[in-house]
Design a protein. Structure first.
Lengths: 136, 150
C-alpha cells in the first residue's frame, strides 16, 4: 500500500515527543511506516529508520525546548523530515553529532538533501531521503 | 515543505514536564495503522501488560476510525490528533479532530458499536464537543492488568 502525497490544505504528519526514552521507539515506527508507504525500497527504508534513530538519539541535546518535534512529508518515493525548532546552532550541531567513528557522518551520507533552515521559531533541520537519487 | 496548518486541538495544555507523545496525521484510513504502531511503541517502552495494550489499541483504533469516517465531509482534508500521556497509574489517550465531531454522522452505515466498545475497553472516557472545531475523545486506561471481580 502506498500513500498519495498530501493534498493541498491537508494536515502534515507531525510527531511531538517529550525528550526522553520514548523519542526513539515512537519516531522510528512513524518514519518506518511512512517510508514504506512512500514506496521506498527496503534499503532506503532501512536508511530512513537509521536516520530516525540518529535524530532521536541526538536531537534532544539540541532542541529549543523540552520536546523533539518532527514533521514528516511523504512524497513520490521520498520522505522528508523537518526536525525542530532547534536552538541556535542546533541544526549543524545535530549533523555533527551524527558522526560515527570509523564510519563518518551517517545522516550526511544517507540523506539526499540536508539543510539547516533558520526560522523565527528557531532552526530546523530538513532531511530528505529519496529513491531516485540513489538509483541514479 | 508546506507549512503545518494543523493546530494542537488536544486541549491538554503543555505537558513539557511529562513524557507524552503528540501525533498529528491527515485523517486517512491508512494513518490509523500509524497510530496503532505508535501505541505499540509507547506500550513497549512502558512495559504495559498485553491485555492493556490490546484494549488500548482497539479503543484508539475505533476512535481514530470515527474521525476518519465521520469528522470531515467527503474529500475535505483535516487532521486527526492523538495525545498519549501516562498519568499516575493510568494512561490518558485523547483523540481529537477539527471537523464535525466524533459522533456517528448521517452517512453512517455501520452498527454504531464504536463508542460502546470504547466505553467497555477503557477505564473512563468522555466526549467533548468543541463548537465549530471538532471534538475530543478522552480515554484513560489502567496501566496494570484489569481484574474482573466475580
Amino acid at each position: 500500500m502506498t500513500t498519495d502525497p498530501p493534498a493541498p490544505g491537508e494536515a502534515m504528519t507531525t510527531v511531538s515527543i517529550v525528550a526522553g526514552p520514548l523519542v526513539g521507539p515512537v519516531l522510528r515506527r512513524v518514519v518506518g511506516m511512512l517510508a514504506a508507504r512512500a514506496d521506498l525500497p527496503l534499503d532506503r527504508l532501512d536508511d530512513a529508520v537509521l536516520v530516525a534513530d540518529l535524530i532521536a538519539a541526538r536531537a534532544p541535546a539540541h532542541v529549543a525546548g523540552s520536546r523533539v518535534d518532527v514533521a514528516l512529508e511523504p512524497g513520490a518515493r521520498s520522505l522528508s523530515l523537518r526536525v525542530g525548532p532547534l536552538r541556535e546552532g542546533g541544526g549543524q550541531a545535530l549533523i555533527v553529532d551524527a558522526a560515527v567513528p570509523g564510519v563518518g557522518n551517517v545522516i550526511e551520507q544517507l540523506a539526499d538533501e540536508l539543510t539547516v533552515s533558520p526560522e523565527e521559531a528557531g532552526e530546523f533541520l530538513l532531511v530528505r531521503l529519496a529513491y531516485a537519487a540513489t538509483a541514479a | 515543505m508546506r507549512e503545518d496548518r494543523s493546530s494542537p486541538g488536544l486541549g491538554e495544555g503543555d505537558a513539557s514536564g511529562g513524557s507524552d507523545v503528540r501525533l498529528t496525521l491527515p485523517a486517512r484510513p491508512e494513518n490509523v495503522a500509524v497510530v496503532r504502531h505508535v501505541l505499540g511503541a509507547f506500550a513497549e517502552a512502558l512495559q504495559l501488560p498485553d491485555p492493556v495494550i490490546e484494549d488500548m489499541r482497539l479503543a484508539v483504533t475505533e476512535a481514530c476510525t470515527n474521525v476518519v469516517r465521520h469528522a470531515y465531509a467527503d474529500g475535505e482534508p483535516g487532521p486527526v490528533e492523538i495525545l498519549i500521556r501516562p498519568e499516575g497509574d493510568t494512561l490518558l489517550v485523547v483523540v481529537s479532530d477539527q471537523g464535525r465531531g466524533l459522533g456517528p454522522g448521517t452517512s453512517s452505515t455501520g452498527p454504531g458499536l464504536g463508542l460502546p466498545l470504547i466505553a467497555a475497553l477503557s477505564h473512563s472516557f468522555e466526549i467533548e464537543q468543541v463548537p465549530d472545531n471538532g471534538a475530543r475523545l478522552r480515554m484513560s486506561f489502567r496501566r496494570g492488568p484489569h481484574l474482573e471481580l466475580a
